[in-house]
Design a protein around this ligand. Structure first.
Ligand SMILES: O=C(O)C(=O)C[C@]1(C(=O)O)C=C[C@@H](O)C=C1
Length: 260
């Protein structure tokens, strides 16, 4: 997939391949997070006296990372959406002139606050080794959170490419549904149960394979580092539904603009 070539980005097979590839990053990020305890102090506001900052340790560290990464143009890329848009800084590197692929309002569709809330409240307790604070690992824990959150955010906001591709391939059907503001109809139109089931099955297998040391796999039964069922449930209950929410939010505004 090449963001300089819009036709490659709006090809549904390419998009699904990219989503499949992202599964690996997301699973490995969960496995990295699973070495640590839940560490509630990372997520509670104002536990530590952070200079000039009100909020949680994670929010501080993530916003600092985003500020630096914005300077190397991370958020100019059409598939990256920041958690702290107000923290971004201008870049000193030359501007990249990406051809327009998504509608001009794409940057306004940002559900990272929802992703972060679900991550902290549900995903962290699901993948952590146990429920406790671990003051020596605050930094390491929050660093794995940043990787996990960024990979989830990228995957979920990729829904906009899916939506644009589907809109263009069934323009009449979507135009009617959008005109009628038929959210349920749009949801049905973007849903492909066969693809979803395939993803969930593949995640179960990947979870089993990636979570264990391959040299031990054949000699004894080893518990995975993150239970494969936990990964499947996270995708079934949150990752896929949130991707669909992004698709619907994007499509609902699609008739307000010309083709990008
Ligand atoms: O591949 C698609 O068609 C998508 O819309 C993406 C996705 C997903 O999140 O993976 C979401 C909805 C579909 O039901 C199937 C899969």
């Amino acid at each position: 997939m090449d963001f300089m070539k819009p036709e490659t980005v709006l090809d549904l097979d390419n998009i699904r391949q990219a989503l499949q590839r992202m599964e690996d990053s997301i699973i490995f990020n969960f496995i990295e997070r699973s070495q640590f305890y839940t560490c509630p102090s990372v997520y509670k506001a104002d536990v530590f006296p952070i200079p000039n900052f009100k909020g949680s340790f994670l929010d501080w560290l993530l916003s600092q990372h985003e500020a630096i990464q914005s300077q190397v143009r991370r958020y100019e890329a059409p598939d990256e959406y920041p958690f702290f848009p107000d923290a971004l800084l201008p870049t000193f590197l030359p501007k990249i002139n990406y051809p327009p692929i998504l509608a001009s309002y794409a940057n306004d569709i940002n559900i990272n606050n929802t992703i972060k809330k679900i991550y902290i409240e549900t995903i962290v307790p699901g993948v952590s080794i146990g429920d406790a604070d671990q003051m020596v690992n605050l930094g390491s824990t929050a660093m794995t959170d940043i990787d996990a959150l960024q990979s989830l955010s990228r995957r979920i906001h990729f829904g906009m490419f899916v939506a644009e591709a589907k809109f263009r391939s069934e323009r009449e059907r979507f135009t009617k549904l959008i005109r009628e503001n038929d959210v349920k109809g749009i949801e049905d139109a973007i849903t492909n149960k066969v693809v979803e089931d395939k993803i969930l099955l593949r995640l179960l297998e990947k979870g089993k394979a990636y979570g264990v040391d391959p040299t031990l796999k054949f000699t004894q039964h080893i518990e995975g580092k993150v239970k494969p069922e936990v990964i499947v449930n996270i995708y079934r209950d949150y990752v896929i539904p949130l991707t669909k929410k992004v698709e619907v939010d994007y499509l609902l505004r699609r008739l307000d603009v010309e083709d990008p």
